[in-house]
Design a protein around this ligand. Structure first.
Ligand code: PLP
Length: 377
């Protein structure tokens, strides 16, 4: 990650700076020559590294190591869950990540309320309206707003209709404690780079007895559920990051206190700014906020020049900023959604950085914000 010019990184939901233990695990595994499928000692050493990481990743979500299938990331895990489980229907929350919404053609979307929380009546109604076997896919926490969904209640409803339940926990893992059994879901998706591991590695975690078919065909790796030589260095880095991050969820209170303080000061400086999902349970590190009258791209570029890395809620792979489908699903007007940015904090964020960021935001608002609001402020 770029640390040059004293940049302050406030984009942890896009990717988390790699943890020292993770970088070291990647490096040391790269130095082992073996392929985990080889029976000689080199191969066995790599196999051991992968199995240790499997235990660390399983522990992060309270699952059995045998349920962990390593993938190339959260996107592949979501595709594998929804494409590999043979169910003709998928019902997913309307604020899900594109890797869920586009995992298969014809994904049906379930409404969210104005705070971004899944509408359980709409889910019930949808499941009752068609008897075909379904998968319900619900994220634990939203990547743009941090809003936490009632996954357990969602799973209970889904079960009464015989549906399988998949949970995209990519943003929640490492930020809040996760227990797969308590959530009552069949499958959980994870991604290493969202918790301080390397990009390009993730996992789909299956509960006991859940059966899916592979998407990638070839060798028998990952219990025949994901063909291809394992990315052992990435997997080792994932395991180390999972172990580190698991410890940190215990101190999430400090992070949310810092985030809350930031929000309080941003709201005081810019009373018209709206914080999305503020009245419901959210991740401890995420703020999605609008700056009335200032386009997201303008804010991002201006804040970048001031030394702060934040993103538009919908920072997307094409590089083009579109109005966030998450905010639109929450009933936010398109013009307002185009003024929202996401600020996401993490293990390296300091109070001084937040103080300086609030000042930079306030200066920007005074310079570019809606004239009527600025003069009233
Ligand atoms: N799901 C959510 C909620 C995400 O935020 C992301 C990444 O932005 C993904 C899935 C995809 O993960 P990956 O980048 O590992 O493919």
């Amino acid at each position: 990650m770029e640390r040059a010019h004293d940049m302050t990184y406030l984009d942890y939901n896009a990717t988390v700076p790699i943890r020292a233990a993770s970088a070291e695990a990647v490096r040391s595994t790269l130095e082992i020559a073996g392929n985990a499928s080889s029976v000689h000692r080199f191969g066995r050493t790599v196999r051991r590294v992968i199995e240790d990481a499997r235990e660390q990743v399983a522990a992060l979500v309270g699952a059995q190591p045998s349920g962990v299938i390593f993938t190339s990331g959260g996107t592949e895990a979501n595709n594998l869950a929804l494409g590999g489980a043979a169910r003709p229907r998928i019902a997913a929350g309307s604020t899900e990540h594109p890797s869920v919404l586009r995992a298969r053609p014809g994904v049906e979307t379930v409404r969210v309320d104005r705070n971004g929380v899944i509408d359980l009546d709409d889910l019930r109604h949808r499941l009752a309206s068609d008897a075909k076997p379904a998968i319900v896919s619900i994220m634990l926490a939203n990547n743009e707003t941090g809003v936490i969904h009632p996954v357990r209640e969602t799973a209970e409803i889904a079960r009464t209709f015989g549906a399988l339940v998949h949970c995209d926990a990519v943003q929640a893992a490492g930020r809040i404690a996760i227990d797969m059994g308590r959530l009552g879901v069949d499958m959980i998706s994870l991604s290493a780079h969202k918790l301080g591991g390397p990009p390009g590695v993730g996992a789909l975690v299956l509960a006991d007895g859940v059966e899916i078919a592979p998407l990638l065909l070839g060798g028998g790796q990952e219990r025949r559920l994901r063909a291809g030589t394992e990315n052992a260095p990435g997997i080792a880095g994932f395991g180390a990051a999972a172990a580190d991050a698991r410890g940190e969820t215990l101190s999430a209170g400090a992070l949310s206190a810092l985030r809350d303080e930031m929000e309080h000061r941003l709201s005081a400086a810019t009373p018209d700014a709206r914080i999305y999902g503020a009245s419901v349970q959210r991740l401890p590190n995420t703020t999605c906020i609008s700056m009335p009258g200032v386009a997201s791209e303008t804010q991002i570029m201006a804040l970048d020049l001031e030394g702060y890395a934040v993103s538009a809620g919908s920072a997307c792979s094409s590089g083009k900023v579109e109005a966030s489908h998450v905010l639109l699903a929450m009933g936010v007007a398109e013009a307002e959604a185009r003024t929202a940015i996401r600020i996401s904090l993490g293990w390296r964020t300091t109070r001084a950085e937040i103080t300086n960021f609030v000042e930079a935001w306030t200066r920007l608002y005074r310079r570019l914000g809606l004239p009527s609001i600025v003069s009233a402020a």
